[in-house]
Design a protein around this ligand. Structure first.
Ligand code: SF4
Length: 372
């Protein structure tokens, strides 16, 4: 079975799960202008931007021979609940018979879920599926942890590009491993690699930390958010995203009783201060993460929303009171096929200047008080 997936952040590194299960994997290309053009051409005009980019990717992988596409997005009160059906109808109307499988955790019902898992499982035993799933999940956790470290280090690297080169090497090291021992070794090697990167010394009170929140696709996929994390890193800003794939898997695919951490629930609870009920997408988490970043001493938040995204429009509309209540600067950026790099970078530069001024003015005042 020739299987493919949408491209989102680092997720393509974990498609080896399908290889280990004996499927042929068609690696999706990184979203490009062509991907966006294809999605925009065939999706309804008012479809969400992530849906258009994913549709473009599906069309590209079908051209490359994909027979089955495994994706997510089948639940929720926003448009995500109808993504799969719409995309299926579009592919069919274009004469493609590739099967589109939507995986979205146990919420879709146990029968449907078992049916999907048995297609993915192929001829492997349940035990083998569990073993491979556990290994891939471990790899996600290791790589997400390393990436978080790199997002901090990038802001202070002496030679520009060292962290990116190290990340490329880390990806290579992990790609070769498919056992628990191999992953442990890869993690150790990666840690050593990172500790060899020279960094500018920086005092704790001089660090500028920005959280990136919003809809999962635009937060995680650098080709649609214009490599925002790299840009911020190059300006000396440490970043952390509200979405990492290991956390998504933990929150959506692992039953509550097996989870080691209740991080997702804690974030949701923190979000209830501003949005009480689930309204779809990641709006409640967006709020929860902003509260969390405030509690952890971050200096600002960049809120990414696909243009027209209903849940994030709600977040945006209450953002002024969130900023006031938390005393936290937030910059909202709407992303779609019209988004221009110069526009985004100019606004982000201005935002960085603002949070630096706020932080250092605050520090100066504190020092004055201490001196008095
Ligand atoms: S979260 Fe936003 S972008 Fe995603 S499907 Fe829902 S409305 Fe669309």
């Amino acid at each position: 079975m020739k299987v493919s997936f949408p491209y989102m952040g680092n997720v393509h590194h974990y498609y080896k799960l399908m290889k280990l299960l004996g499927h042929e994997v068609i690696m999706p290309p990184r979203p490009s202008q062509r991907t966006v053009d294809l999605g925009v051409k065939y999706a309804p005009e008012f479809a969400c931007f992530p849906m258009k980019v994913m549709l473009g990717t599906y069309l590209e992988v079908i051209e490359m021979g994909a027979e089955v596409i495994v994706s997510s997005g089948g639940k929720g009160p926003c448009r995500a609940g109808y993504y799969g059906e719409t995309q299926r109808a579009i592919l069919k109307s274009l004469g493609h018979d590739a099967q589109l499988i939507i995986v979205d955790g146990p919420y879709i019902g146990i029968r449907k879920l078992l049916k999907i898992i048995s297609i993915i499982k192929g001829k492997n035993s349940w035990r083998r599926l569990f073993q491979i799933g556990t290994i891939i999940y471990q790899q996600m956790k290791y790589m997400d942890e390393l990436e978080k470290q790199i997002q901090i280090m990038k802001a202070h690297e002496v030679r520009r590009g060292d962290c990116q080169r190290a990340w490329n090497k880390i990806v290579e090291i992990f790609d070769k491993e498919d056992t628990k021992e191999g992953l442990d070794k890869a993690y150790k090697l990666s840690k050593e690699l990172l500790s060899s990167i020279p960094l500018h010394p920086v005092e704790d009170h001089q660090r500028i930390k920005v959280g990136i929140v919003g809809e999962i696709y635009v937060v995680m996929e650098p080709s649609v958010n214009l490599n925002l994390e790299d840009f911020l890193g190059s300006r000396g800003v440490e970043t952390e995203r509200s979405h990492y794939i290991s956390e998504w898997v933990e929150a959506n695919l692992i039953p509550k009783s097996y989870r080691k951490d209740d991080f997702h629930e804690r974030i949701q609870q923190k979000g209830e201060r501003f949005i009480e009920i689930p309204i779809g997408g990641h709006a409640k988490e967006t709020m929860g993460h902003i509260v969390d970043y405030k509690e952890r001493g971050f200096d600002g938040v960049i809120h990414l929303m696909p243009f027209g995204c209903l849940p994030e429009l709600v977040s945006q509309s209450i953002m002024p009171s969130v900023m006031k209540d938390l005393d936290m600067p937030v910059l909202t950026l709407a992303i779609d096929e019209q988004t221009a790099e110069a526009n985004v970078y100019t606004r982000v530069e201005a935002f960085i200047d603002l949070i630096k001024a706020k932080k250092f003015e605050h520090n100066i005042k504190k020092e004055e008080v201490a001196f008095v």
